[in-house]
Design a protein around this ligand. Structure first.
Ligand SMILES: [Zn+2]
Length: 454
């Protein structure tokens, strides 16, 4: 049988990244993501997996984000017995993210059962904490730039993609045919992570297109952060920053460290990192300092800029400590987590600022607040919003369309075919046109469950 590539997710959408390579003798999957967001997408997590998980020899993960790794515990539970190859940092972050995801699945099922919300009785979690632990045992660590035989005659090699700690571009050598998978590409000039490494050659390329129709604003996040903290402190208020626990929280610590170092913060201003998951992720960032752009000493100083709050009681007490102060807490779109307690306390306070730290998906509390909602509902209570609201919307872990093109220009010649994945239809199609017009490459947007012969 010829080599076939089947897109089992992240086609026409940005979630559920998983792509299967198979030639009848070997079968290797790139990523094992969970569908997130809209209900119609989430339902795909519950559909029977399109191939027998026991027949997949190996998985290679590009990075730890759940839309790339979050289906693993379910696949293992349904019979996958092979190895999962990933960078060491990706494995360490998966340990945090998969455990948290399992916990959320279990508590959602529990909530649905207690409130009779599900038509399934009892409602079951997609997977449990025990499933997540079993999935972790399947991991094999990969060093960057070293080829590993992941299935008979099939080699995988990873290089740095930027994006988040450990994120990789995956090159597969399938008995002489080279398939390159971009995973999620990061930005050029990120203060913490090195630029995406150039790749010179591919027969086939799977390319993400999240921001295929956008260019990031060239605004300076650090300046905006300094301004907002300065004026909030002057009013005697506090700055509450909802932040994604992995990646964004660590980047904010870096900016705050730089501002403090250059005396741009009010003297003695307390900074708290109030999110056990963020604190755990900082530990992983510390362990993998060799993957960071700044030197080790500077990284350690940056991580030391905040007081770390693990304990739930201590977190609640933060709302009674003197102002001004800065609290970084999860979740990033205020859909859950400890930040909700802080919003209850500080959203009604006109002296304070709620500072979001990136893209806010439609329907989230973050999007509602930024669109000018007078009140938000938290734990069944309507909370008035009188604080200043702002968003560091320029912060993004994804390359924009110019940066994707820049990475593509690193190829010595055009791949035989480029398949666009991981993008909403408009973003993917806009990028397709740019690639066709500016590079003259053969390129197309793939469809869910489509197979192509390579
Ligand atoms: Zn990602």
């Amino acid at each position: 049988m010829d080599l076939e590539l089947t897109f089992l997710g992240a086609a026409g959408t940005v979630t559920g990244s998983r792509h299967l390579l198979s030639d009848g003798e070997a079968s290797v999957m790139l990523d094992c993501g969970m569908f997130q967001g809209l209900k119609t997408l989430r339902q795909r997590n519950w559909a029977p997996f399109p191939v027998d998980p026991a027949e997949i020899d190996a998985i290679v993960l590009s990075h730890a984000h759940l839309d790339h790794s979050g289906y693993l515990p379910r696949l293992v539970r349904d019979g996958f017995k092979g190895n999962v190859y990933a960078s060491g940092a990706t494995i360490d972050l998966c340990d945090i993210l998969l455990a948290d995801s399992a916990h959320l699945q279990e508590s959602d099922a529990d909530f649905a059962n207690r409130h009779g919300l599900s038509k399934h009785r009892p409602a079951l979690p997609l997977y449990t904490a025990a499933d997540a632990r079993r999935a972790m045992m399947r991991f094999k660590s990969m060093d960057f730039a070293v080829p590993y035989e992941v299935a008979p005659g099939v080699h995988a090699r990873i290089s740095r993609a930027g994006h988040i700690l450990g994120a990789s571009v995956v090159e597969i050598d399938w008995r002489g045919t080279r398939i390159v998978f971009s995973g999620d590409l990061g930005r050029y000039g990120d203060p913490l992570l090195p630029d995406p490494e150039p790749i010179r050659q591919a027969d086939y390329l799977l390319l993400e297109s999240t921001y295929g129709d956008r260019r990031h604003e060239p605004l300076d996040a650090m300046e905006q952060l300094a301004d907002i903290i300065g004026r909030t402190a002057q009013r005697g208020g506090s700055v509450i920053i909802p932040a994604f626990a992995v990646g964004r929280a660590q980047l904010l610590l870096w900016y705050l460290h730089m501002l403090k170092k250059h005396n741009r913060l009010p003297a003695g201003l307390p900074i708290y990192l109030d999110s056990p998951m963020s604190v755990n992720a900082v530990e992983v960032y510390r362990r993998h300092r060799d993957l960071m752009r700044p030197d080790i000493r500077e990284c350690d100083e940056a991580y030391g800029v905040a007081h770390y709050v693990r304990d739930a009681e201590e977190s609640k007490k933060l709302d009674t400590t003197p102002m001004p102060k800065v609290i970084i807490s999860a979740s990033g779109m205020a859909t859950g987590g400890r930040v909700l307690h802080h919003l209850k306390r500080y959203a009604p306070d006109p002296r304070s600022t709620i500072l979001f730290s990136g893209y806010q998906a439609a329907g989230t509390r973050g999007a509602k607040m930024l669109h000018g909602a007078d009140t938000i509902k938290i734990h069944g209570e309507y909370v008035p919003v009188r604080a200043e609201l702002s968003n560091l919307s320029m912060l993004s872990a994804h390359a924009d369309s110019d940066e994707i093109l820049r990475w593509l220009r690193g190829f010595k010649k055009a791949p035989r075919a480029t398949f666009l994945v991981h993008g909403e239809p408009e973003a993917a199609d806009t990028l397709r046109l740019r690639i066709k017009d500016e590079l003259g490459w053969s390129c197309r947007v793939v469809e869910h469950l489509e197979s192509v012969r390579l």
